[in-house]
Design a protein around this ligand. Structure first.
Ligand code: HEC
Ligand code: HEC
Length: 310
C-alpha cells in the first residue's frame, strides 16, 4: 500500500468531482488513486510507523483509537466493511515508481483533507455559497447528515461518492472531529434584501407565524441559533444561498430526515418569499458570546422531530 502525502490529499475539490465522473462513466481501471480522494480517507496519508492502516480503518477500531496490532486482520474480512478493502484492491498500483512522501502524521486532521477544500480545514466553511460550515454543529447532527449522504437521503454527488463505502464508526469519528472544532464564526453578512424582507425574516425566525402553522425557528435552533444537542444544527455562519437551498430541498422532497420530519413540515409552510427572508436575516446575525449548541432537552420544541429524541 503506497503512502499518500498530505499535499496529495489537499485540494481535493476538483479531484472529488473527477473521481466521481471517472467512477460512473469509465471503467474502474481508469481511476488513478492519485486522483481519487476516497483513497485519502481510508489509507494512511503517510507511512508513519504506528499509524492507522487502511485495514484497521475498516472497522477494527470502532472508536478510531490507535489499534493495537493488525493481528485481527482476518476478523475484518467479514461484513460490509470488506467493500472498503475491495475498493482499495481495485485501485491500480503503479509499482516501481518512487513516490514522494512528506511524512504527514496520520491524524484525523490529515485524513479530513479531502473535505477541506469545500468545508475548510476546521470545517469553518469557504467562500462558496453552497458549501456549509460544519464546525461546532452537534456531533449527532453531523453524523445523521453523513449517513444521509451515504444512503442517498441527501444528494450531492461528490459527498455521496466520498462516503459511499465508509463504516458508521468512521462517520462518527468525522462527526466528532468537526463538532469539536471552534474556528471563529464569519462576520455578519451585509445583505442586499430590503428592510421589509429583513423584518419578515426576523419575525418568522423569532416568533414564527402561528396563523400559517409556522413555528419559531428559535424554538428548536435555540435563542441564539447555535442549535441543540444532540442533533439540531446551529444556523450561524451559513450563506443565505445554502439556507435557501436546504429549505427548498425539504419543500421539494430531495432532503429528508428521520420521521417525523419536522423540517419538512416547517419548510412546507414557507413561501419562496419567506425562505428568502429567513435566510437573509439569519446571515446578518453576529456571532454570539457562546457559540456552543444548548444542552439536550433545554428547549421545549414546538413539534416533534424524529432526529432529535426528546
Ligand atoms: C466537492 C465539495 C465537497 C467535498 C469534497 C466534501 N463536501 Fe461535504 N458538503 C458539500 C456540499 C455542497 C454540501 C451541501 C450539500 C447539500 O446541498 O445538501 C455538503 C454537506 C456536508 C455535510 C452536511 C452539513 C450540514 O450542515 O448539514 C457534512 C456533515 C459534510 N458535508 C461533511 C463532509 C466531510 C466529512 C467531507 C470529507 C469526507 C466532505 N463533506 C467533503 C461539499 C463537499
Ligand atoms: C421543531 C423543531 C424545528 C423547528 C421549529 C425548526 N427547525 Fe430547522 N431543523 C430542525 C432539525 C431537527 C434539523 C435537522 C434535520 C436533519 O437531521 O436533517 C433542522 C435543520 C435545519 C436546517 C439545515 C441546516 C444545515 O446545516 O443544513 C435549516 C437551514 C433549518 N433547520 C432552518 C430552519 C428555519 C429557517 C426554521 C424556521 C422557519 C426552522 N429550521 C425551524 C428542527 C427544527
Amino acid at each position: 500500500m503506497r503512502a499518500r502525502s498530505q499535499a496529495m490529499c489537499r485540494g481535493m475539490h476538483m479531484a472529488a468531482i473527477k473521481g466521481l465522473k471517472d467512477d460512473r462513466r469509465k471503467p474502474r481501471q481508469d481511476v488513478s488513486d492519485w486522483e481519487n480522494p476516497r483513497v485519502c480517507l481510508v489509507e494512511q496519508p503517510a507511512a508513519a510507523a504506528g499509524g492507522w492502516s487502511a485495514l484497521e480503518m475498516t472497522g477494527l477500531s470502532p472508536k478510531l483509537s490507535r489499534p493495537s496490532r493488525p493481528k485481527q486482520k482476518a476478523h475484518i474480512l467479514s461484513g460490509l466493511y470488506i467493500w472498503v478493502f475491495v475498493l482499495l484492491l481495485l485501485l491500480p498500483v503503479h509499482s516501481g515508481q518512487a513516490q514522494p512522501i512528506d511524512s504527514a502524521p496520520d491524524t484525523m486532521e490529515a485524513r479530513m483533507l479531502p473535505c477541506a477544500s469545500c468545508h475548510g480545514v476546521q470545517g469553518q466553511g469557504t467562500n462558496n455559497d453552497y458549501f456549509p460550515r460544519l464546525a461546532g454543529k452537534p456531533a449527532g447532527y453531523l453524523y445523521n447528515q453523513l449517513v444521509a449522504f451515504r444512503i442517498g437521503r441527501r444528494h450531492y454527488p461528490p459527498m455521496n461518492y466520498l462516503l459511499e463505502f465508509l463504516p458508521d464508526a468512521y462517520l462518527r469519528a468525522m462527526a466528532d472531529y468537526f463538532a469539536a472544532q471552534r474556528p471563529p464564526l464569519p462576520p455578519a453578512a451585509i445583505t442586499i434584501v430590503s428592510k421589509d424582507m429583513l423584518a419578515l425574516g426576523q419575525s418568522l425566525v423569532v416568533q414564527g407565524d402561528p396563523g400559517r402553522g409556522i413555528p419559531a425557528c428559535a424554538g428548536c435552533h435555540g435563542p441564539s441559533f447555535t442549535g441543540m444537542e444532540p442533533a439540531i444544527p446551529g444556523l450561524l455562519g451559513l450563506k443565505p444561498s445554502y439556507i435557501s437551498a436546504q429549505l427548498g430541498a425539504w419543500r421539494y422532497g430531495t432532503r429528508s430526515a428521520a420521521a417525523p420530519d419536522c423540517m419538512q413540515i416547517v419548510a412546507g409552510h414557507l413561501t419562496e418569499t419567506d425562505v428568502t427572508a429567513v435566510a437573509a436575516w439569519l446571515s446578518t446575525l453576529p456571532a454570539p458570546a457562546n457559540p456552543a449548541p444548548v444542552p439536550r432537552g433545554t428547549l421545549a420544541m414546538p413539534l416533534a422531530c424524529g432526529s432529535e429524541p426528546n
